[in-house]
Ligand binder design. Structure first.
Ligand SMILES: Cc1ncc(COP(=O)(O)O)c(C=O)c1O
Length: 446
C-alpha cells in the first residue's frame, strides 16, 4: 500500500495542504464521512459531464456522480439553462409556488406508488417522515429494516448498517431504538418471514431499498413479492427507499422494473436535478395524514419542517430532470443498462483473467466490485460482502484506480448519460492495469 499512497501524495500535493487546513476546523476534515478516504480526499474544483478535476489539475472519470444524483453527468446544460430562466430573483422564498404543484403532478404521473407527494430537503428527512407516517397510519411501532441498509442519518434507522450489526451505528443514540427498529436478512425469505411474523402484532412497516445501495445488490423478485404479501396480510406498510434507485433503475424506479408497488416511497438525489431534495410519496390516505386542513387532526403527522423545502430552484431543476428522463426514457434506460452491464461483465472478466476472484454486483447503471475470500462464495446481501469478502482489497483497488484517473466509490458507482463508450473502455483499461499490479503484489508476497 505504501507505494500507492506515495504515488497518490505525489499527485495531490495541493489537496494534502487543504486537507490539513480542513482538519483544524472540521471534524476529520469533512462534513459527510463517505467523502473521506485514506490518506485524504482530493479536492475538486471543477466538474463537467463524466469528469472531475482536482486542485492539482488531475482529471478523473468519475462514477460517484454526486452521491449517484447526477444521472445526466455533471453540470448538464439543459438544467443550467432552465435555472437561469427561473423568474425568481431570490433563491429562497418560503411561500408556496406553482413549481411545486407542477413537480408533484409530474411525480404522480411517473412513479407507480405516488398518489400524493410531500417534499422536504433531504433523503434523511424523507425516511424520517415515512417512518412517522407508517407508525401513525398503523398505530404500531416496529420498523423492520434490511441488515446493511442505509437510509440517511435518520436516528431511528441508524442501526445494523455496518459491522458489527448488533451495535448502534453511532454514539448518542438511545438504546431503546433497538426495541422498535429491527432487522431482516436481505434476500432470505425464510428468515425474513419468520421475523415479520414474530413482530406482526406491533409491526408498522418494512422499510427497504429494492436494490440495496450499500452493495447494489438487487432484491430477488420473489423476495419482494413475499414482503409485499406478508405486509398486506398483517396490515403493515411496505416502504421502498428509492432515493438511489428512483428515476434510475427505470423512470418509475425499481418498483416499476420489479412490478411490486409499495405503500410509501422515499425519493431524493436524481429528483432534485442537482439541487437538495427529499420526497415522500404514496397512497393518498397515508400522505393525507400530514394534511393540516383535515377535519380529524387526531393523527396529524408533522412533516412540516424544512425552511428550504420546495425551494423554487430545486423544484425547477427537478421538473426539468424528470421531464427530460420521461421524454427520452426509451433511449436513456437501455443505454444506461447496456453500459452498466458492460462494466460489470468486464470488471469480472479482467480480474478473473488474472486469477483474482471478484464479483461485480449491480443492476442497471449501478455497479460495485467485491473480492470474495473464496471463489465459491455467493454474495446475496450486504452482510455477505462484509463477512465474506476482502474489503481492504477493495479499498486498495479504489486508490489504485484513483491513481490512474478513475474515481469510484468503494469500488463501484453509477454510470451516467455523460459516460461515453470511450470512458467505459478507459475505465476497463485502468482496471486491467490495476489487476496486473495487484496480482504482481500477491506473487511477490508469495
Ligand atoms: C438509500 C438512501 N436513503 C437515504 C439517503 C439519505 O439521503 P440524504 O443524503 O439526501 O439525506 C441516502 C443517501 O445516501 C440513501 O442512499
Amino acid at each position: 500500500m505504501e507505494n500507492i499512497y506515495s504515488e497518490y501524495e505525489r499527485r495531490t500535493k495541493n489537496s494534502k495542504r487543504v486537507f490539513e487546513r480542513a482538519r483544524k476546523v472540521m471534524a476529520g476534515g469533512v462534513s459527510h464521512n463517505i467523502r473521506y478516504f485514506s490518506p485524504y480526499p482530493f479536492y475538486v474544483k471543477k466538474a463537467k459531464g463524466s469528469r472531475v478535476w482536482d486542485i492539482d489539475d488531475n482529471e478523473y472519470i468519475d462514477f460517484w456522480m454526486g452521491h449517484y444524483a447526477r444521472i445526466l453527468g455533471y453540470a448538464p446544460r439543459i438544467i443550467a439553462d432552465e435555472l437561469k430562466n427561473v423568474i425568481f430573483e431570490e433563491t429562497h422564498l418560503g411561500f408556496v409556488n406553482e413549481y411545486e404543484v407542477e413537480f408533484a403532478e409530474l411525480i404522480c404521473e411517473v412513479v407507480p406508488s405516488a398518489e400524493k407527494v410531500r417534499f422536504c430537503c433531504s433523503g434523511t428527512e424523507a425516511t424520517m417522515y415515512a417512518v412517522r407516517m407508517a407508525r401513525a397510519f398503523t398505530g404500531k411501532n416496529v420498523i423492520l429494516k434490511i441488515d446493511g441498509g442505509w437510509h440517511g442519518a435518520n436516528t431511528e434507522l441508524s442501526f445494523a448498517i455496518h459491522k458489527p450489526y448488533e451495535e448502534d451505528e453511532s454514539a448518542g443514540i438511545i438504546p431503546e431504538i433497538k426495541k422498535y427498529t429491527r432487522v431482516i436478512p436481505f434476500n432470505d425469505i425464510e428468515n425474513s418471514v419468520r421475523i415479520i411474523r414474530e413482530n406482526k402484532d406491533d409491526l408498522a412497516a418494512i422499510l427497504m431499498e429494492p436494490v440495496v445501495g450499500a452493495e447494489f445488490i438487487p432484491a430477488d423478485l420473489e423476495y419482494l413479492k413475499v414482503l409485499r404479501e406478508e405486509t398486506q396480510k398483517i396490515g403493515a406498510l411496505l416502504i421502498f427507499d428509492e432515493i438511489i434507485t428512483g428515476f434510475r433503475i427505470a423512470l418509475g424506479g425499481a418498483q416499476e422494473k420489479f412490478g411490486v408497488i409499495p405503500d410509501l416511497t422515499t425519493l431524493g438525489k436524481i429528483a432534485g436535478g442537482g439541487m437538495p431534495i427529499g420526497v415522500v410519496v404514496g397512497k393518498k390516505r397515508i400522505i393525507d395524514l400530514c394534511d393540516p386542513t383535515a377535519e380529524n387532526t387526531d393523527k396529524l403527522v408533522l412533516t412540516g419542517g424544512g425552511t428550504f423545502s420546495c425551494n423554487p430552484l430545486a423544484m425547477v431543476a427537478g421538473i426539468k430532470m424528470v421531464s427530460y428522463l420521461r421524454e427520452n426514457k426509451d433511449k436513456i434506460y437501455p443505454q444506461l443498462n447496456q453500459k452498466g452491464n458492460k462494466i460489470r461483465k468486464e470488471l469480472e472478466r479482467v480480474f478473473n483473467s488474472y486469477g483474482i476472484s471478484v464479483r461485480c454486483n449491480g443492476c442497471g447503471s449501478l455497479f460495485r466490485i467485491c473480492f470474495p475470500v473464496k471463489k465459491e462464495i455467493k454474495v446475496k446481501n450486504p452482510k455477505d460482502v462484509r463477512d465474506f469478502t476482502d474489503v481492504e482489497k477493495r479499498e486498495e483497488f479504489n486508490l489504485r484506480m484513483v491513481n490512474k484517473g478513475v474515481h469510484l466509490m468503494r469500488g463501484g458507482g453509477a454510470v451516467s448519460l455523460a459516460h461515453t463508450d470511450k470512458d467505459i473502455e478507459k475505465t476497463i483499461q485502468a482496471a486491467t492495469e490495476v489487476a496486473g499490479e495487484m496480482v504482481k503484489k500477491v506473487n511477490f508476497l508469495n
